[in-house]
Design a protein around this ligand. Structure first.
Ligand code: PAF
Length: 294
């Protein structure tokens, strides 16, 4: 089914059929326009708006057609409860797409993305079992499989992802390089609320107390980053101190890595990553820093 609605930039076409969308994006490329994909699971927020705006202003793809996908991908959820709990607000999402001038929304059913008999998945390699992958076994198989399918269906020239899911971004960039996929993956900075909390669809599950405690995560990352000139141990100690002062934050991991998520260097660019359960919600965040001075 295809439905067409007016937007700030023209019309918003909503597709649920992969073949219909593929045919349209093929035509767009044949006509000489680039296709930029913003993959999402819906529940669109300020972070997604910033991705859409960046998609419209890709300097090497002016006048691109922006396609936003909305698909809550069951394959990347570890527990049925987490999948059921994921916020869904399709009509509100379409309104955001209209306001932001998205031209095409792709919102397939689970059956359309995983038809009976489809059995191939994408293995993320060793990094897929670390950090998020250690706490959520199979998560990145689900992410890479659905992203590979979306790339196959949409055929984008560019695809935009937020840095908040930093390990996801690194793994998608690796998949594209390793499997020689013809798409440029672009990561964009995390959008934060005024208290520093990274915006996330999951934040709706935080009650007032949990919301206040959640701000400890960016505060810990910032405390760690301030110690970066003194080296990795000082960074981790400072971040740990902030996290352990907040009993409502149940720490899963705090890790310092290089920007590709290999072992942290003693000097140079690095990434500090944190995951914790606050209230009943699992939150992740990360920050870039430069170890050992500039
Ligand atoms: O970051 C997300 O919202 C999802 O993991 C993605 C990339 C859309 C794949 O389902």
């Amino acid at each position: 089914m295809t439905a067409v609605q007016a937007t700030s930039r023209g019309e918003l076409a909503v597709y649920d059929d992969p073949a219909a969308l593929s045919a349209v994006t093929r035509e767009v490329r044949r006509a000489g326009r680039r296709v930029v994909l913003v993959p999402t699971m819906g529940a669109l927020h300020a972070g997604h708006r910033s991705l859409i705006r960046a998609a419209h202003s890709c300097s090497d793809a002016p006048d691109a057609t922006v396609v936003l996908s909305i698909f809550v991908n069951p394959l990347q959820f570890n527990s049925p409860t987490d999948l059921d709990r994921y916020p869904r607000q399709f009509e509100a999402d379409l309104a955001v797409c209209q306001q932001e001038g998205v031209e095409m929304v792709f919102a397939p059913s689970v059956e359309a993305m995983y038809p009976p008999g489809s059995d191939t998945t994408v293995a993320p390699g060793a990094l897929g079992a670390e950090l998020e992958g250690a706490s959520r076994p199979g998560h990145f198989v689900g992410v890479l499989t659905v992203v590979a399918k979306l790339f196959g269906i949409v055929g984008p020239d560019r695809a935009l992802f937020g840095e908040k899911d930093y390990q996801q971004l690194v793994l998608i960039q690796r998949m594209v390089a390793d499997l020689r996929m013809d798409v440029k993956v672009i990561g964009l900075p995390t959008v934060r609320d005024p208290d520093g909390l990274a915006v996330s669809s999951r934040n709706v599950h935080l009650d007032r107390a949990a919301r206040a405690a959640a701000a400890t995560l960016p505060a810990a990352l910032a405390a760690g980053a301030r110690q970066a000139p003194r080296g990795g141990e000082a960074v981790l100690a400072a971040a740990h101190e902030v996290l352990s002062a907040q009993p409502a934050v149940l720490l899963d991991y705090l890790a310092l890595r290089d920007p590709q998520l290999g072992p942290a260097p003693s000097r140079g660019p690095a990434r500090l990553l944190v995951a914790a359960i606050v209230g009943s919600t699992r939150l992740i965040d990360n920050m870039s820093l430069h170890l050992g001075g500039l």
